[in-house]
Structures are given as structure tokens and as C-alpha cells.
Design a protein around this ligand. Structure first.
Ligand SMILES: [Zn+2]
Length: 486
């Protein structure tokens, strides 16, 4: 049994101004053929699961291509056409008995608001109708009925933070291998309750989402059901299929798949108000951080959630910490020009740099900070634990740590880096446990790495591309009505 393995993953924030092009995928990870295997085989990632599945489920692996980039603005049509050509040609040349494809589920290009469905359409056209195609998806995929109609199996992660990626990849691999052997005939159905879930409510450890996930796992055990994936959706994409969904894969029985998906969809709808979590703005949040007894306080910068496609240089919390004369804070900031200034000044010297507003004032105005260059780094580290995103090799680009006095540190980096690994700070000689407050530019995904060292977690409704309050955005293309927007 020959199984082709490929991936094309991007979470596209349609409110973000920076397009995601070839260079952004090179900055992330872009590999072809056998080069895919060493990059991904040990990763806590679905492609690692696909690779491990070869030994476990008895197939020969044919690696085709894998592209991954940090969430940002839509993927360019140029790169999309280039890479889907590579996928279509690759799966055809592989002469495979089945295909495992890792997609995110929330990719958008200017031409294709449902770029994942278009990717599937092109891969399916190359394969013909009879070769089984199993697809893994991120929990944040905005799943469309077209995707379910094109793939034989759709399996999403069921944890947020995403720590089950490898396991879900293995499940997709297992279902594909069984389908190729003719043991099962998987069919998919997608239910779409008309709901926008904000990222706080999506946390799978928090009720009522935790209870919904338990219901999914119970349903998954029922006879004839092969897998159940509750998909939270990605709210920062103004596209017709934006929103939550439930995917059920059943063995040959479409009605069973539909009934199970609809049942979970209506359970989600019933708890929509509890899922709509609200949080304080910066002034109140910083005051709470300075008063809280359990340290460090993690100030979660929800509007500047880098993993969701924001700028990574939001200044609202830094400005508020300075205004309230906080001591012992650590604030990371994407600031390439400031890093150059710090490098030019050298360790031990004082610089004044401007940070923020690289993509406009959406994440707060640019502000000036003055400090001593404490250290300079190449920005690379290796993460050994299972973390959201599943990456081992990490790179925040050339990095400078600026000491502002009073124990306040600003980490200036040159690649937008979501806080999925504490190595982002510890590799710079910073102990987050020793701080009073650490700004974390994320929504939920940071938790696998940061929650164990956080004394108090304070989620902050900051402005930005990933603001938690959906009413801050002007949607034009989503399907209406859509709770809680109307
Ligand atoms: Zn995700």
C-alpha cells in the first residue's frame, strides 16, 4: 500500500494587511519530496502522525510536499497556484493507493475565499474519484460542505491549545489505511450551527466547551461512527464559510453522520451565550496584574494574538504598564528596526527605540522606549515538549533584550513569533517565573507552554486584528444571521 503524504497549511486573517507569499512560507517551512520527513517525523504534528502511521498501519510512505506559514493575511494567488500545482503533480506521480493531506481549514486567497476546498478540488482532479483522500484539519478550520464532499475523511484536532495533533494525524492515517484495504467506506457530513465562537470560549478545558468535547468523544464511540470533530472556526476571516462546525465521519451511512453532527451542533447552539466569554480592557487588567498576589501575572494580549495573524507589536499593554509604573515586567515585541539599532549600539549601551504600529495604528500607537541592551541572540531554540503548533525547531529571528530599568525587559525580535514555547524567553536568559507580569500575545494556544509558570492569568480585551470582541470588526461576506453578531 503506497500512501502519499502532503500538507498545505495557513490560517488567513482577512483583516490583516500583509499577504502571505512564497517568502513567508520559506520563513515558516516549505519542503518537497523526501525533505518533508526529517522536518516533521518527530514533531507533535499531524504530519508526524502520518509518517509514524507507515510503520503502525503498514503502508509505504511517499512524501510529496509540505508548506506551513505563520498566520497572517491571505495567501497570494501566485503562491497558491504554484503550490497546488506541486501537490496535484506530486500526488499523481506518487501513483498512491491513498492520500493523507494536512490542511488548516482557514486558508483564504484573493481568488478563493474557501482555499482549502479549492486545494481539495485540485488534488481530487489529479487523483480521480476513486483514490481515498483523508484530510486533517486545525481546530480553527472554517469548514465548508464542499470540503466534506471532496474528501473521504476529515479529522480535526480536538484540543485547544492543540496538543493532540499527532494523535489526530494517526487517526486520519488509520482511517485511510482501513479505507484503502476496503474494511470501511468513510462518508463525511458537516453541520454548521450559525455561530461565531470567540477564542476564549473555544478553550477546550473551559466549560461549556469542555462538556461539548466530552459529548464528541462519547459520540465517537457509537457503532458506525468513525470520527467526530467539533471545529471551533476562525473568526478573523470574512468569508462565507466562517464559523463553527461539526464534522462526523461514518462508515457508509450518510444519515448516521448527519444525525450525529446535527445533534452536537444543536448542543453547541444551546450554550451559545456561555461560550461568548467577555474580558476587561487594558487599564483595569494592568491594575489587576499589579495587585495580584500570585505571580507572575500573565497579561494575555488578545487583540495581538500572533498565532491568529496579528502584528506582534501591539503597544497597548506596554504603554499601560509604563503608565501605571509597573516593575518586573517582560514584554515581547516584533520590532526589526529596533533590533538593528540595538545591534548597532552593542551590549551594555543605551538606546532609544520606537516600537509598534508597523502595520498601522490598529494595535495601538508607536511608542518610544529607552533602555540598556542586555543581550543579543540569533533567536533559535529547540522545544522538546508537546506544544501547540507541534514545532521543535523554533526561530524568532535576531533578538535583542532591552533592560528599561526597574526590572522591566522588552524582548525585541525580527520574526513574528507566537508564544507557544517558553524557550522564546528562557533561551534569552529570562526566567518568566521571576517576573511580576509577562505580556503574552496569544488567546489560548500559549497555555500548554505558559500556564504552568503563570501565577495569575488575566485575559485582556485589547484592540487589534485578533480582538476578542467580534463587534470590533466590520464583516461583509460572512453568512448571516451569525450569533452573536446578528
Ligand atoms: Zn488553531
Amino acid at each position: 500500500m503506497r500512501i502519499a503524504v502532503a500538507g498545505f497549511m495557513h490560517e488567513s486573517n482577512t483583516f490583516a494587511p500583509l499577504p502571505t507569499d512564497l517568502q513567508r512560507f520559506r520563513d515558516g517551512s516549505l519542503t518537497y519530496g523526501d525533505a518533508v520527513v526529517p522536518i516533521w517525523q518527530d514533531a507533535h504534528h499531524e504530519v508526524g502522525g502520518f509518517i509514524a502511521g507507515a510503520a503502525k498501519f503498514g503502508y509505504e510512505l511517499v512524501p510529496v510536499a509540505m508548506a506551513w506559514a505563520t498566520p497572517a493575511g491571505p495567501v497570494t494567488d501566485e503562491f497558491f497556484d504554484h503550490f497546488t500545482d506541486a501537490l496535484a503533480t506530486g500526488v499523481k506521480l506518487a501513483r498512491a493507493d491513498g492520500v493523507l493531506l494536512a490542511l488548516h481549514g482557514a486558508m483564504v486567497t484573493p481568488q478563493h475565499p474557501d482555499a482549502d476546498a479549492e486545494t481539495l478540488r485540485r488534488v481530487r482532479a489529479a487523483l480521480g474519484p476513486n483514490v481515498p483522500l483523508a484530510v486533517s484539519l486545525d481546530f480553527h478550520g472554517n469548514v465548508s460542505p464542499q470540503m466534506a464532499a471532496t474528501a473521504n475523511v476529515l479529522v480535526g484536532y480536538q484540543t485547544y491549545p492543540h496538543i493532540d495533533q499527532r494523535a489526530r494525524g494517526l487517526l486520519a492515517a488509520e482511517l485511510l489505511a482501513r479505507a484503502v484495504r476496503g474494511e470501511i467506506k468513510p462518508v463525511c457530513h458537516v453541520a454548521k450551527p450559525p455561530m461565531l465562537l470567540n477564542l476564549l470560549g473555544q478553550d477546550t478545558a473551559r466549560e461549556p466547551m469542555a462538556g461539548l468535547m466530552r459529548k464528541c468523544r462519547e459520540t465517537e464511540k457509537r457503532p458506525g461512527i468513525l470520527s467526530v470533530s467539533l471545529m471551533a472556526g476562525f473568526p478573523y476571516a470574512d468569508v462565507p464559510d466562517m464559523g463553527a462546525s461539526v464534522i462526523v465521519v461514518a462508515d457508509g451511512d450518510r444519515n448516521l453522520a448527519k444525525a450525529a453532527a446535527d445533534d452536537i451542533g444543536s448542543a453547541m447552539w444551546d450554550v451559545r451565550e456561555q461560550l461568548n466569554v467577555v474580558s476587561p480592557e487594558a487599564e483595569e487588567a494592568v491594575r489587576a496584574a499589579l495587585a495580584c498576589p500570585k505571580l507572575p501575572a500573565l497579561l494575555i494580549d488578545l487583540g495581538d494574538n500572533i498565532g491568529g495573524g496579528s502584528a506582534g507589536d501591539g503597544t497597548v499593554l506596554l504603554a499601560e504598564l509604563l503608565k501605571q509604573k509597573a516593575t518586573g515586567f517582560v514584554v515581547p515585541m516584533f520590532a526589526p528596526a529596533a533590533v538593528e539599532q540595538a545591534k548597532a549600539a552593542g551590549i551594555g549601551n543605551t538606546v532609544e527605540v520606537t516600537v509598534g504600529a508597523s502595520t498601522g495604528p490598529l494595535h495601538g500607537p508607536a511608542i518610544k522606549v529607552r533602555g540598556v541592551v542586555r543581550s543579543l541572540h540569533d533567536g533559535k531554540w529547540v522545544e522538546g515538549e508537546a506544544r501547540h503548533g507541534g514545532r521543535r525547531q523554533n526561530d524568532q529571528g535576531h533578538t535583542a533584550v532591552l533592560d528599561l530599568g526597574s526590572g522591566n525587559l522588552v524582548v525585541l525580535n525580527t520574526l513574528r513569533t507566537p508564544p507557544f514555547s517558553l524557550g522564546q524567553l528562557t533561551s534569552l536568559g529570562i526566567d518568566p517565573k521571576a517576573a511580576r507580569a509577562v505580556v503574552v500575545k496569544a488567546a489560548v494556544a500559549y497555555k500548554a507552554a505558559y500556564a504552568p509558570v503563570g501565577g495569575t492569568i488575566i485575559e485582556v480585551d485589547t484592540p487589534g486584528l485578533t480582538a476578542i470582541n467580534a463587534a470590533r470588526f466590520e464583516y461583509k461576506r460572512i453568512t448571516r444571521p451569525m450569533y452573536p453578531l446578528g
